[in-house]
Structure formats: C-alpha cells, structure tokens
Write a protein that binds this ligand. Sequence first.
Ligand SMILES: Nc1ncnc2c1ncn2[C@@H]1O[C@H](COP(=O)(O)OP(=O)(O)OP(=O)(O)O)[C@@H](O)[C@H]1O
Length: 632
Amino acid sequence: MTKSLQKIEHARLQFLEQGNMVEGVVNVTIAQSWQRSLNNGINAYAPLSTSTLATTELEKKRSKNHLLLTQATPEITTLYEQIAHSYSMVALTDAEGVILHSEGQHMLTDLAPSAILSPGYSWGENERGTNAIGTAIVEKQAVAVQGAEHFVEQLHGFSCYAVPIFGPNQQLLGTLNVSNAFSAHQQHTLALVKMAAQQIENRIFRACHQGPVQLHFHTSADFVGSAWEGMAVFSRQGELLAINRNGLTLAGLDCVPDHFEAMFLPSFKQVCSQAGDSILKLSLSNGDTIHGTLRIESDTSNTSPRVTAIRSSHAVTSNPLLASQSNDPRISEILAQAKLVMNQDIAILIQGETGVGKELLASAIHHSSVRAQGPLIAINCAALPEGLIEAELFGYEEGAFTGARQKGSQGKIEQADGGTLFLDEIGDMPLLLQARLLRVLQERSITPLGGSKARKLDFAVISATNQKLQDKVASGAFRKDLYYRLNGISLTLPPLRERQDLLGIVHHIMEAQGAGNLDIHDDVIQLFRQHPWPGNIRQLHNVLKTMLALAAGNPLRRQHLPPGFMDELGSYAPEQELANTTTITAGSIDDITNEAVKLALQHHEGNISAAARELGMSRNRLYRKLKALGLA
Ligand SMILES: Nc1ncnc2c1ncn2[C@@H]1O[C@H](COP(=O)(O)OP(=O)(O)OP(=O)(O)O)[C@@H](O)[C@H]1O
C-alpha cells in the first residue's frame, strides 16, 4: 500500500470511529460525501446488496432514456476501446444512478459480484455511500473515487471516475462512469471520460436542436469544431433557440439571452452576411472576442425542395422505431446498416410482414439522410388507380389527354426530386410498368406522357414489401433486373413476436396515446409476450387503443383485452410453444396468420372491415389473404 493510500485508509477509519475528518487527506467532495453517507446510515462494513431492477423495470428505464442511450452508445464503444485493459468497465447510468448499459463488467467479477456491475443496479449515493456515480450525481460534477475513498469497504479494490451528462436544457440526464481495478488505474482516465461525456452531450444537443442559423464558437479559434466548442442555434430573425452549456460558459452568461444581439456586439444581419466556413471574430458585450463559424440553411419554405448536407438527426431520435434501436439487437443491426448505406445512392429494400414498421423505417431513413430537407414521396403500388397509374407516376404534359387537367401534371416520381421516393408494396407493381420504372431508376430522368424532353432527377429510392419478391421473380411476376436495381441492400424487419423490445414499443405507443404514466399489469405483458401478433405493431396499436378505452384511465388489466385477442392466443398459441419463439418456422407463421384470419372473420360474422381492424391489416390485404385461402 502506498503512503497516501495508507493515509486515506487511516483518515477514513478515524472518521468512521471518532467522527472527525483529518485535514488535507481527501478533497472536499469526498469529505462531504462521507459525511452524507454517515448521515444516511450506510453500513461501511456490510456487503452491498446484489439486487437489481426487474427486467421489465429496467426496460422501462431504458425506453425512458432512449435519447441518452442512442447518442451514448457509439461514444461508449470508443471509450471502452481507449481504456480497454483487462480490469476496466464503462457504464452509462440514468439520473438516479441506475446502470442502463455497461461494457466490460465481466472483467471485474473477481473483485465484486457481477450483479453490482450490471444493468439495473443502482449506484445512488444514499444507497451505496460515497461512489463515483452517486457522488457525481449529487455534486453535478466530475468525480473520481479511488480505493479507500469509497465509503463501503467492499469497494476499496476499485478506482472509479464518473462524469455527469446534461441534456439540451441543462437538466441532468445521467452519468458516464469508468471503473478500474485499483491496481490498474491510470492517470488520464478521468480526462477520457470527460471527453466522451462531452461528446455525448454535444450529440444530444445536435439531435434536439436543429435550427436555420447555427453558430459554433470558442474563445480560441483552435477549439472551434472541437468537443469543447459552444453551440447556439438561432431563428432567421436572430432569436436564440438553444445554446449548450459550453456556449453559456464561453459567452460568460448566467442565463439564456433571447437574441443574438444580447450576446454579441455586431448586428445579426451583419454577421449573417459573412456566414460560411471561415472563422469569424465576434465581440461579446463585455469586450472579449469570440471566434466562430456561422452556417445558415437555405430557406426551403417557398422554393422547390433541395438537397442539403445538413443532417436532421432530430428525426432519428424522435422516431419510435429508431428510438428502440438499442433494445433489440436485430433492430440495432438494421439501423446500423441503414445508416451506413443511406447517403451512398444505394437502393434500400425493406422486407417484413405486414405492420412491422416498414413505412416507419423508410421515413426514419429519409429524415436522417442528407435529403431530409427534400420531400419523401410515398407511392403505394398496390393502391394505384388502375388506368391512371402511368399518369400518376410519370406525370403528363399539357395536352397529353383531352379533358382532365388540361395543363399537365407533375408525376409522383418527379415530385421526389431532391428527396426520397418510397415505393410501398412494390411486389404489387404491375409487370407492364416495371420496365418503365426500371428505366427511370437507371437513367434518373423522366419523360412525362405526351412529352418529348427528358427531365433529370435526383432522388434516393426505398422500397418495401411483405411478399417474397424472390419467389415473384422466380414465377416471372416480377422483373429480375428491377429486383436487383431495387435491392442494393435488403433490410428485413423482424415480426413483433420475435422482438426483444416489446415493452419499449408498448411504452412508445402508450406515450403517443397520452397514457405514458398508466400501469400495465404484469400478466398482460406476459400475454403480450406469448401472442403471435399476425398484424404485428399495427395490431398492438389497436389492442392498446381498445384497452385504454375500456380501462377508462385505470391500469390496464387482462379484462380490458379485446375478445379476439384471447381467441387468437388460446387457439394457436400455447404458452410453451410460444415462449420459445425460435421454434416458430416460416411455415407455421403462415398457418398462424391463416388461423387468425379465419377466427377474426368468424368472430365478426364475416364483416371484413371489423376483421381487418382486429387483425391490424388493411382491407385490401385481408381480401388478398382470403383469396389466397380460397375464401373469397
Ligand atoms: N417501433 C415502433 N414503435 C411504435 N409504433 C410503431 C413502431 N413501428 C411501427 N409502428 C407503428 O405500427 C403501425 C404499422 O407500421 P408501418 O405502417 O410502418 O408498417 P408496415 O410494415 O409498413 O405495414 P404494411 O406492410 O401493412 O404497409 C404504424 O402505426 C406505426 O406507426
């Protein structure tokens, strides 16, 4: 034991046994925390409890903190690579000190029970005494707690470093923590954790605050663009929409001003005229100089859509599908792939059963791509009015038809210029039109009906289907060349019964229905987990909506489930079989769906609309299903 460690150990014993603090051995933060721990009645010698939150509670917390989790995950991976040695772990906690996500905890299990290092364990100072996470939360600042500085003796083998993470409105969101074996601690760890926490804060700020005028600044020109820069977002009139914590400190502000001119001396108009990538000098009202870059997005409100290089990550994080990315590994993988290809001019084909969220994924991809400012034009290839399909898709020139709209009309494909063309239910695209569509996709230009001149277009293509396109290609119902053109990458969304983030989805839907705080009884969740969900998330939406109406503001219980739900469950979803979803084969899923269709029809005495509603299918799709079953 080094001399200073012995001193700390001695000071701690003296504090615990005699109640006096030896001066100059531990810093004020630790000394005050020891006092609080004592006042809170923490037993310094008893082993820590190993109980963690129940899985459902942890899932609830993770969904509640989805913005923090999504923005922190890449930084945690980088941080872990930076500090990786045999005895370290990284943990992200919420504002109460509960671990939401951790990496590397298995490295420390010879020092402590694995439960206390795992997601769901709470490190609140009032429960565990002085520790980096809990104390950083109380102090709202970075804290290092090494060896015997921990109040509880069991933790003396650790050195821990925690940094609080604040949200876009300066509210505490959680902490980022690194724990090492005390024998392996390194000088620079706290600096690395601070840097990663800052990067997370910046990501969250950017995700929440998109604005037409963005200022990045620092007192030193070298730090503009670094993790430590100030960021401020203004309206086109110069009103301050948001500013990050660094920005407030760098500009020497105690409170958030409401206008650019309350922060800086030059007029807003003057500074806007110099916007661009070069570094500007701005004078603060106290005479100090600030260096910064000002970017202004083009005003798209009255002009035709354009392609912009500014990423709208707000759409990513506020989108329920993307929000659930870290709770289901298959979804995370799909999103990671989508992010890699979305700005590369690669056509994306989204596959999956009805109601799994294909359209939502397409919209999320568009809104987080460089074309986010451009239009997202969706074409439902199964519902195009026959006879008008060509005109609808490709447009027509003035005089192309007699009657109708004499002036000509822009087709849907042309409307997607500068944005994304989303071809929904592409499997239903009539064969005759497939060749024409292929030409447009190859040439990225269009000649409207009755026109002679081709117009150049620039758009991304996403298509979606719940049919097996390859089978359609094999049977000649879908062109092979078009299939390959659309399938730059194929993303297959899993059905709801196979998703591990069911609870997170339930939570999002409840929130969207304004019932985020309402409890759901565990046996309902249990039944949800066992249900085959032939209509997937759309069906879950409908079931929850019905339950909310029946429960009239009370917690959701089994008796609020719609009758069809139990029928489906009872007839083909025995608990044992469905508990292990991996045993469901593609064939049996079809059987399940067919059974569900028959039951729903019986239940509603042949009323197609009511059956479709219960199944969470469109009427069109139900008709098709009935046809396939020989029932229509
Ligand atoms: N992760 C999610 N969280 C909450 N709601 C979701 C999620 N994913 C999808 N939804 C909702 O489920 C419903 C069905 O989604 P969507 O229309 O995207 O499915 P789809 O796969 O395109 O269906 P179809 O093949 O029938 O057109 C929508 O109301 C959508 O908002």
